[in-house]
Design a protein around this ligand. Structure first.
Ligand code: URA
Length: 433
């Protein structure tokens, strides 16, 4: 087999065989096929696409390029959740304990953030002592005992994806639906869960800006998951503004805890309940979505979900006093209001600009060696559809500098007001199964 023939075949829009796809993934991971040939193939895939069968074979080949995690020692039907990424998305902190509170085991591998805000692990490390270092045995024991554990991703899951992603990043081939679907699903499949619920974001703050593209990506990922033996569904949710009211690290933990304590009702709570209900139906704990939703809602009110979160934090070394008394979580030195200079209805809050504003405060990393400041972040006072008068604070910046000019500018760029009344955006656009 020759790589040049594979490139030519895809360039003419033909379907690659299983052997051809396996050949290029194996050859590239092993260092036998050079970057320039794989770049050419990626560009051909970008323009000509892949069939669902090709995408499923590509995904399996990427899974097979490295280790897979064996979760068979965990009792019960393991369900994972994955979000395609959004600003203010702290659903994992709610969904994990909520699903655990009805007995569904969640063995989560999570990452650090390289982007505007921290990743799940960075946010959890806002709690003193919380750590993700544990042996595989300890991880499994924690899931069996508490139904929830979160660990860092191990080094060798889907190494083909790691290499391909780095190449896509510098060859303008990231935003290809089969390549994104294969990349995300290869890591999920290698992580070992029996079922997967995908939260595919759509809107200005998402990878996929239009509902049509988000739906295509969701369908592709659901089809791969099901073809490779894991029951998979996708929820397409809105990312035309940040999720919830808090963006940062400690502040996102604080907001999630308030929801787990039944103290808040908002878009974050709703999305968490929808994702959790689908997870528990896939795990066959409840027969219908409606029943699952209603039972899970009770566990947000009666303290069971919060108890599951406390147990998980204690098991991973975290100082639970900071959870019981949220004022003990890290807090910034200054609170700086960003005031509206015009009036009208909030028509848009560009999530990406809010994320960058939070990064300028220190909540995220600009380069991989940057340190995260857990105390800083942004509280949104106004969301899409709200009416704003001149002088009203749009957000509060939690800052360790007195005048965070760059962050203020970014927030002002993020908000767009309209004289016309604006409806609150729909949160859940579609379910793909
Ligand atoms: N996230 C991934 O893991 N891979 C992609 O290709 C895009 C987003």
């Amino acid at each position: 087999m020759r790589m040049v023939d594979i490139i030519q075949k895809k360039r003419s829009g033909k379907e690659l065989t299983r052997e051809e796809i396996q050949y290029f993934i194996k050859g590239y991971t092993g260092g036998d096929i050079p970057d320039y040939q794989v770049s050419a193939l990626l560009m051909a895939i970008y323009f000509k696409g892949m069939t669902s069968d090709e995408t499923a074979v590509l995904t399996q080949a990427m899974v097979d390029s490295g280790d897979t995690i064996d979760l068979s020692a965990i009792q019960g039907h393991k369900v994972d959740k994955h979000s395609t990424g959004g600003v203010g998305d702290k659903t994992t902190f709610i969904v994990g304990p909520l699903v655990a509170s009805v007995g569904v085991p969640v063995a989560k591998m999570s990452g650090r953030g390289l982007g505007h805000t921290g990743g799940t692990l960075d946010k959890l490390e806002a709690i003193e002592g919380f750590h993700i270092e544990m042996t595989e045995e300890q991880f499994i024991e924690n899931v069996n005992t508490h139904k929830l554990a979160v660990a860092g991703q191990t080094g060798n899951l889907a190494p083909a994806d790691k290499k391909l992603y780095a190449l896509r990043d510098v060859t303008a081939t990231v935003d290809s639906i089969p390549l994104i679907a294969g990349s995300i699903m290869s890591k999920k499949l290698a992580s070992g869960a029996d079922s997967i619920v995908l939260d595919v974001k759509t809107g200005s703050g998402a990878f996929m800006k239009t509902l049509k593209d988000s739906e295509s990506l969701a369908k592709e990922m659901v089809s791969i998951g099901n073809a490779l033996g894991r029951s998979t569904i996708a929820v397409i949710s809105d990312m035309n503004q940040p999720l919830g009211f808090e963006v940062g690290n400690a502040s996102e933990v604080r907001e999630a805890v308030q929801i787990l304590q039944g103290k808040k009702v908002d878009d974050l709570r709703e999305l968490s309940l929808v994702l959790s209900a689908h997870m528990t139906v896939l795990a066959e704990i409840f027969p219908t979505f409606e029943e699952a939703y209603s039972e899970l809602e009770k566990n947000l009110e009666n303290g069971k979900a919060f108890a599951a979160f406390r147990n998980f934090i204690i098991a991973q070394g975290g100082n639970v006093e900071q959870i019981d008394d949220l004022s003990k979580l890290p807090a910034s030195q200054y609170k700086v209001e960003v005031i509206s200079k015009t009036e009208g209805y909030v028509a848009e809050i560009d999530a990406e600009s809010i994320g960058i504003s939070a990064m300028y405060l220190g909540a995220g990393r600009a380069t991989k060696d940057d340190e995260i400041n857990h105390a800083v972040g942004i509280t949104l006072n106004k969301k899409v559809g709200d009416y704003v008068r001149i002088g009203d604070p749009l957000v509060i910046l939690h800052s360790d500098t007195e005048n965070p000019e760059n962050s203020i500018r970014k927030v002002q760029e993020a908000y767009r007001l309209s004289a016309e009344r604006v409806e609150k955006p729909k949160l859940i656009h579609k379910i793909i199964q």
